[in-house]
Design a protein. Structure first.
Length: 274
């Protein structure tokens, strides 16, 4: 017999028919065929879900999500606010506000979330902006981007400074034939690290004391760092005892803990810092 569609009953069909059948029987058979086609047509609609209520509407498929459910993914764990200038640590992929993580790295080289060592001496080398995540945050939180732009504008205006313009990506010129790969700088020093210093242990050549030597004596650091920060850095790298006194000298000047490296450079000159 003919194969039946899903949901329809199979109808009997005769393979051999007698030539002596009357025309009336043929008419009856034609009517049966028409009824069969009607049944198949009706079942086809049910099969493809065209009947009312079979297909889900757009409203049924959409589900409203409360913003509080997404807050843990768009919040900075340092300031407990929404991410602003989202910046990700490349070592562990944890993301924070740029200002928060830069300030944190002034006194620590570990991730504030998982405590992994980001970089032995320059953790700021291992952070990257996450623009995709920042776009998501701005789309989820209403008026957040406008408020941040207004606060930044007011901040610079109150101090008489020029409001920085957003960076516009430059178009890459296209040439015929095989596309040329645009090579950028392989190594870039973040603008926050604007001071280069050379650390030397006075008396190390004479073998004064039993101290662990510095692995790297050249350090690049922010100008906002103080002499107190430098001392903490030295104590950690050289495994110094807390009772050990550390004096930091630049040229003939004994430096105080509260002095910043930028202030020292302005007073004694660029060459003296080196």
């Amino acid at each position: 017999g003919a194969p039946s569609c899903s949901g329809s009953r199979s109808l009997p069909f005769e393979f051999q028919r007698s030539r002596s059948e009357s025309s009336g029987d043929e008419d009856d058979e034609d009517e049966d065929d028409e009824e069969e086609e009607e049944e198949l047509d009706g079942d086809a609609g049910a099969r493809f879900g065209t009947d009312d209520g079979e297909l889900e509407s757009d409203d049924d498929r959409e589900r409203m999500i409360n913003l509080s459910e997404l807050t843990p993914y768009i919040m900075c764990s340092i300031c407990k606010g929404y991410l602003i200038d989202a910046t990700t640590i490349t070592e562990c992929l944890h993301t924070f506000c740029k200002s928060c993580i830069v300030r944190h790295f002034y006194y620590s080289n570990r991730c504030p979330k998982c405590n992994i060592v980001v970089h032995q001496t320059q953790p700021l080398y291992n952070i990257r902006p996450d623009r995709q995540l920042q776009d998501i945050v701005y789309k989820l939180v209403v008026n957040l981007e406008e408020r941040e732009k207004k606060q930044m504008h007011d901040f610079y205006k109150e101090r008489g400074l020029e409001v920085p313009k957003p960076a516009v990506p430059q178009p890459v010129p296209t040439s015929r034939g095989r596309p040329r790969k645009v090579l950028g700088s392989v190594f870039r020093i973040p603008p926050e690290l604007d001071i280069s210093i050379l650390l030397e242990f006075i008396g190390a050549n004479e073998g004064a004391g039993n101290f662990k030597p510095l692995e790297k004596k050249f350090v690049r650091v922010s100008g906002e760092a103080t002499i107190g920060h430098v001392e903490k850095f030295l104590r950690r790298k050289m495994d110094l005892d807390p009772a050990c006194q550390v004096d930091i000298i630049c040229g003939d000047h004994l430096l105080e803990h509260y002095q910043t490296l930028r202030e020292i450079r302005q007073v004694i000159g660029e060459s003296a810092v080196q």
